[in-house]
Design a protein around this ligand. Structure first.
Ligand SMILES: *[C@@H]1O[C@H](CO)[C@@H](O)[C@H](O)[C@H]1NC(C)=O
Ligand SMILES: *[C@@H]1O[C@H](CO)[C@@H](O)[C@H](O)[C@H]1NC(C)=O
Ligand SMILES: *[C@@H]1O[C@H](CO)[C@@H](O)[C@H](O)[C@H]1NC(C)=O
Ligand SMILES: *[C@@H]1O[C@H](CO)[C@@H](O)[C@H](O)[C@H]1NC(C)=O
Ligand SMILES: *[C@@H]1O[C@H](CO)[C@@H](O)[C@H](O)[C@H]1NC(C)=O
Ligand SMILES: *[C@@H]1O[C@H](CO)[C@@H](O)[C@H](O)[C@H]1NC(C)=O
Ligand SMILES: *[C@@H]1O[C@H](CO)[C@@H](O)[C@H](O)[C@H]1NC(C)=O
Ligand SMILES: *[C@@H]1O[C@H](CO)[C@@H](O)[C@H](O)[C@H]1NC(C)=O
Length: 289
């Protein structure tokens, strides 16, 4: 507005200097300037609306990705568990060949760092891949508004300027007012859509983050379950070897506990240690107690 006043003063100075100019001329020029200023003020406002959309979309995106990255610290804890589980058997393996063999026999099921890290990273990359789908409706709405400004609004303005030239500036003002009012109504409707979409994107992102936490929990659980099962198998293997020390160097992962009271020397159909199994796994040790 300060700019406009300065221009007005300049115009009046010009009027004072050149009295031969009819006053309508200068007033007409002022209206023309006012119309231009009016439209360019709205252009700035509309550019600001698009800029604000960009700011909101990017803030949402950054905050979502930051929430995904925040789970990264759990990876160290997970890999730490695996390192500990593997290191646990090292001193014992050095001391005992039986332990060493039992550990080696079960090395396939002991989770490795690479295995866990791959599963963990898959959870993260899946969560990150969701961001594009979350912001897509917002981007479409942003694009629709920007397109409305550059095509519909600008065309309306050009039409007003062409239809009502310098000789009909008052009519041009009325026409431009209508173009601005239309663009403002469209903007309000679009902003309403945008804020609904933002709310919905935030709701969906909460579910995506929950899924991410579940995915990581499953990796933790699978890792700890595998460690625990492997340790149990190694221990059974060692126990089998120790319990069967008379078997001179033979030992077996598979130990079947059998109460001595259940043994009947007369029976031909005694307790069947293979009942419920579907393979023999090469060997079976009876642990009679
Ligand atoms: C004002 O309008 C007259 C005629 O309409 C034109 O000759 C003159 O260049 C205009 N002045 C400015 C500053 O636009
Ligand atoms: C919004 O639309 C404008 C115009 O098409 C574009 O330049 C801008 O990058 C878009 N913003 C986002 C966050 O997509
Ligand atoms: C393990 O076996 C090797 C040979 O097979 C033997 O030299 C070594 O002394 C054994 N170690 C232990 C701790 O029994
Ligand atoms: C303004 O428009 C009228 C009719 O639409 C036309 O007669 C006149 O020549 C135009 N003047 C200028 C300066 O374009
Ligand atoms: C210009 O506006 C006047 C009233 O302000 C109206 O009577 C006239 O019809 C308008 N001219 C055009 C071409 O719309
Ligand atoms: C977002 O979630 C809140 C509460 O969970 C619910 O009240 C609201 O209706 C949801 N909004 C959308 C757009 O899904
Ligand atoms: C953990 O994993 C094991 C084996 O995959 C599964 O049986 C168990 O139900 C899981 N526990 C939870 C709480 O998901
Ligand atoms: C044997 O049983 C295990 C579960 O105890 C199952 O995973 C496996 O598929 C079975 N194998 C055959 C050949 O039926």
């Amino acid at each position: 507005m300060a700019c406009l006043k300065i221009l007005a003063v300049l115009a009046l100075i010009a009027f004072a200097k050149a009295q031969q100019n009819p006053i309508e001329n200068i007033l007409g020029n002022l209206t023309s300037l006012r119309n231009e200023e009016y439209i360019s003020a709205h252009r700035r406002l509309y550019a600001f609306n698009i800029w604000l959309y960009g700011l909101e979309i990017n803030a949402f995106k950054d905050s979502f990705l930051a929430r995904v990255d925040a789970v990264e610290f759990q990876k160290d804890a997970l890999l730490g568990e695996i390192i500990m589980a593997n290191e646990k058997w090292e001193p014992l393996s050095a001391k005992s060949n039986v332990t060493k063999d039992c550990v080696e026999q079960n090395s396939d099921t002991m989770p490795t760092k690479q295995w866990a890290e791959k599963k963990f990273d898959k959870c993260i990359s899946h969560a990150k891949s969701r961001i594009n789908r979350l912001i897509m409706p917002l981007q479409v709405t942003n694009f629709t508004l920007a397109h409305h400004y550059s095509h519909v609004f600008e065309k309306d303005v050009t039409r007003c300027e062409n239809k009502f030239n310098e000789t009909m500036l008052k009519n041009q003002t009325v026409c431009l007012n209508k173009a601005v009012a239309d663009a403002n109504a469209y903007t309000a409707k679009n902003q309403n859509t945008f804020s609904k979409q933002m709310e919905s994107a935030k709701n969906s992102s909460t579910i995506d983050i929950q899924n991410l936490h579940e995915c990581i929990f499953d990796v933790h659980n699978a890792t700890l379950t595998k460690i625990s099962e492997t340790n149990h198998n190694i221990e059974s293997c060692i126990r089998g070897a120790v319990d069967c020390s008379k078997c001179s160097g033979h030992f077996c992962v598979d130990v079947y506990p059998m109460a001595s009271s259940s043994i009947d020397f007369e029976s031909t159909t005694m307790n069947n240690p293979f009942y419920g199994r579907n393979d023999t796994s090469g060997c079976l040790i009876l642990n009679i107690f």
